[in-house]
Each structure stands twice: as structure tokens, then as C-alpha cells.
Design a binder for this molecule. Sequence first.
Ligand SMILES: CC(C)(COP(=O)(O)OP(=O)(O)OC[C@H]1O[C@@H](n2cnc3c(N)ncnc32)[C@H](O)[C@@H]1OP(=O)(O)O)[C@@H](O)C(=O)NCCC(=O)NCCS
Length: 167
Amino acid sequence: MLMEFFTRDGVGTVMTSAPLAQLRDATIDDVGAILGLIEPLETDGTLVKRGRERLEMEITRFSVVEHDGVIVGCAAIYPFSTEKSAELACLAVVPDFRRSGYGEQLCSHIEARAKKLKLKRLFVLTTRTAHWFIERGFVEAGVDALPEARRELYNLQRRSKVLVKSL
Ligand SMILES: CC(C)(COP(=O)(O)OP(=O)(O)OC[C@H]1O[C@@H](n2cnc3c(N)ncnc32)[C@H](O)[C@@H]1OP(=O)(O)O)[C@@H](O)C(=O)NCCC(=O)NCCS
């Protein structure tokens, strides 16, 4: 009974006519939930800090995974149309829902958004998760592989790895 009442998924059988998880583009109503999801990762340095105001302005770049009505993962796309490429940024899944495939689904969803925009390359900057991306088809590249505008913003101190995937 305690497990049923005090865990999000409970321990019983769930009967539902719709899938429990849903992947969709974010709306302004998701800002609070996304902030709650990414703030711990900003604090420990895994993700670059973005405030509420920036998130509100950039909300259409985000996609989210909703599990049973709760946002459990997010990712964002930042297109650079002149270079026919896009950055996959802010990929995060809450710890309790990791290893369920949500990270991969979000990554594929951002890839699909990039393809829809007719972009040819997706890149990601990461300090801690390079292997996860390499296992999903990204290859390591230098800072020179970044679009010029993104290169200018590259934070030398973070020493992020640049990983690229052809679409
Ligand atoms: C990276 C992250 C999004 C993956 O989410 P997820 O929902 O667990 O991903 P999936 O379920 O699709 O994949 C899980 C697999 O990746 C592996 N994995 C997780 N983190 C990893 C890492 N840093 N390096 C290599 N593999 C990793 C898991 O062990 C698991 O492998 P298994 O299936 O063989 O057990 C999640 O761990 C996370 O939010 N990390 C913190 C934020 C971050 O680093 N973001 C990337 C920078 S943009």
C-alpha cells in the first residue's frame, strides 16, 4: 500500500486507453516543469545555466516527454540555417526515469525536427555525456566544426566536447 500511494508509478496494474508517455513540443505552460528538471543539472555544471526569461523566449525550441501528466525529460533544438546545421541542447531526463529510453526518444525527436527543417547536421556540446552520444551515432569533432556564430559563444573554460552527427 505504501509503495502504491507514495511512488509515482505505484506497484499495481495501470489500465489506460492512451499511452502513459507522450513526446511533444513544449508550450509556455511547461516552463516551470522544465526549470525544475534542469536546475539541478545547471547547479552541478552538467548543463549551462539559462534563466526563466530565456527559457520563456526559447520555449518553442524545446520538446518534452510527459509521463502520466508529469514532464520527465526535455531537449532543445537551435538551428543555424546558413550552415544547414542545428545544435541539440539541454537534453535531460529526471533521474527516476532514466534508462527507460526517453533520452534516446528525445534525441531522435530533435533529429526529426532538424530533418524537417532540411538541415544536414546535428551537433551537441557536452562535458560529461560524450559516450552516450557516440553510442548514438555522433562523432567527435573540433570546435572548428561549429557554425561561426556558435563558435564565438563557445566557452573555453567549460572545455565541452563537440560531437556531430550527419542527418
Ligand atoms: C544522458 C541522459 C539524457 C540519458 O537519458 P536516458 O533516458 O537515461 O537515456 P536512455 O534510456 O535512452 O539511455 C540509457 C542508456 O544510456 C547509458 N548512459 C547514461 N548516461 C551515460 C553517459 N554519461 N555515458 C554513456 N552512457 C550513458 C545508460 O547506462 C543506459 O544504458 P543501458 O540501456 O545499456 O543501461 C540522462 O542520463 C541525463 O539526463 N543526464 C544528465 C544530463 C546530460 O548529461 N545531458 C547531456 C548534455 S546536453
